[in-house]
Write a protein that binds this ligand. Structure first.
Ligand code: BGP
Length: 471
């Protein structure tokens, strides 16, 4: 093959809680994302006691996609998008999460949104749960530390699969499921109790989410056998710091520690390294007798993954080796530049990642997040010049193409993250932007919300038009 196939899914990605706003409109319930602090003054974001607490909630209005989605989708169309990845806010469908009947107004919103996409020939790609859940499920049940969440989640899946059966083909069960063992407040709605064994809670929640994901795959196939249902994984690309075998071994262990999520998703069972890890850390995971079968029967059709950066692993690091910004943890790579947030920029790492994943799992891959978070400036003349983002995307698209065309990796599509500016998941702020479309809103919530095409908008448009030839 000398060029990308015509059905390659070029597009962009976002998530309901970071883009929509309209946090209490249309019968929507309070989501965990609505009661989170921003990471101001270097503090990690946290789930607060509720909306009465006097903190900053940028996600309440976000980019106001809730009312402006038609205008935004028209802009996606102008760029040539073939698909748009977004998520369904759980609280628009089940405001508290434990009801039996869905909220019709929320259902209708996504009907309209998907219809608008389809009218422009843009295929919706849907993440069922992207870093949010009804706040009620956190206060009443403790989030994903509780097995009861599985049934609530499946209820949600059943409602959306059934309703959007003919409108959505590509689904993903959870965004970055492996974040549950790193930052469990993000996908799991987990806040710590005093004296809690954190590792135990995180691995228990991971098991419940994997069971929920497997059941969701099976359920989806029953509702529509043509559905393509994937997992979504943050790929922790990392390298051994030196060729010292101890460093190499540390890197292998690091990958093993994350890959058990994909082993379960793709092969339907935990690998031996997972059980060793549990033993080594004296973790006792509660399981039900039917769990093994559930996992076996709910394997995914493809792997969706996010890739932003890479890091370095060493057997015996010192404090100086520490890297401040890398989301996936690890140490600085002296050979790579980094974003303003310290995420190291490594386009070749994307090609390496595609090869690793495809060699290991041999099912189609979907790059559902990639991009550069930066501070953009709206110039006097109304333009936004972001050559740094164009450089980043150009280099990553180029490496992706090599992986597909030279290495033979099967890739379904490419959806850069935050194709329109939205609230950052890590910081809870607007300042860290990824968009090809600028949204006039600042960290204090000021701004007209006007949309401005950045220079990268025009670049991406040409990139799609030429099937990635202009790079
Ligand atoms: C991923 C999440 C997204 C997104 C992105 C960028 O981890 O799936 O929701 O936000 O990272 O991260 P951030 O917003 O922290 O820059």
């Amino acid at each position: 093959m000398s060029k990308l196939s015509e059905d390659f899914l070029w597009g962009g990605a976002a998530a309901a809680n970071q883009l929509e706003g309209g946090w209490n409109e249309g019968g929507k319930g309070v989501s965990v994302a609505d009661v989170m602090t921003a990471a101001t003054h270097g503090l990690e974001r946290r789930i607060t006691q509720g909306i009465e607490e006097n903190v900053y909630y940028p996600s309440h209005q976000a980019s106001d996609f809730y009312t402006r989605y038609k205008e935004d989708i028209q802009l996606f169309h102008e760029m040539g998008f073939k698909c748009f990845r977004t998520s369904i806010a759980w609280t628009r469908i089940f405001p508290n999460g434990d009801e039996t009947d869905p909220n019709e107004e929320g259902m209708q919103f996504y009907d309209d949104l998907f219809d608008t996409c389809l009218a422009y020939g843009i295929q919706p790609v849907v993440t069922i749960s992207h870093f949010e859940m009804p706040y009620h499920l956190v206060t009443e049940y403790g989030g994903w530390r509780n097995r009861k969440l599985i049934d609530f989640y499946l209820n949600f899946c059943e409602a959306v699969y059934t309703r959007y059966r003919t409108k959505v083909n590509y689904w993903m069960t959870f965004n970055e499921i492996n974040m549950i063992v790193r930052k469990p407040w993000k996908p799991g709605g987990i806040q710590w109790n005093d004296g809690e064994n954190k590792l135990q809670t995180m691995y228990q929640a991971a098991h419940y989410m994997l069971i929920a994901s497997a059941k969701a795959v099976k359920l989806g196939k029953e509702i529509n056998p043509d559905f393509m249902i994937g997992g979504m994984f943050l790929h922790p690309t990392s390298y051994a710091a030196t060729c010292n075998p101890d460093d190499v071994l540390a890197q292998v262990k690091k990958l093993q520690q994350a890959y058990f999520f994909l082993d379960v998703h793709v092969r339907g069972k935990y690998p031996r390294s997972y059980y060793r890890f549990l033993k080594q850390h004296q973790l006792e995971i509660e399981t039900a007798p039917e769990d093994e079968l559930i996992l076996r029967e709910g394997t995914v059709d493809y792997i969706g993954f996010s890739y932003y950066s890479s890091s370095v692993v060493m057997a015996n690091p010192t404090d100086q080796d520490k890297s401040e910004g890398n989301e996936i943890s690890g140490y600085k790579n002296p050979l790579l530049p980094a974003s303003e947030w310290g995420w190291q920029i490594d386009p070749v790492g994307l090609r390496i990642t595609l090869n690793w994943l495809y060699d290991k799992y041999q099912i189609p891959l979907f790059i559902v997040e990639n991009g550069l978070g930066a501070v953009d400036t709206l110039e006097e003349d109304g333009a936004v010049h972001d050559p740094y983002r164009i450089d980043y995307l150009r280099q990553h698209v180029s490496e992706m193409k090599k992986a597909i065309l030279e290495d033979g990796v099967e890739v379904i599509g490419y959806t850069p993250w935050g194709c329109i500016d939205l609230v950052s998941a890590g910081t809870g702020e607007m300042k860290k932007r990824y968009g090809l479309i600028y949204v006039d809103k600042d960290n204090d919530g000021k701004g007209s919300l006007k949309r401005v095409k950045k220079d990268s908008f025009y670049w991406y448009k040409e990139c799609i038009k030429s099937q990635g030839k202009i790079i």
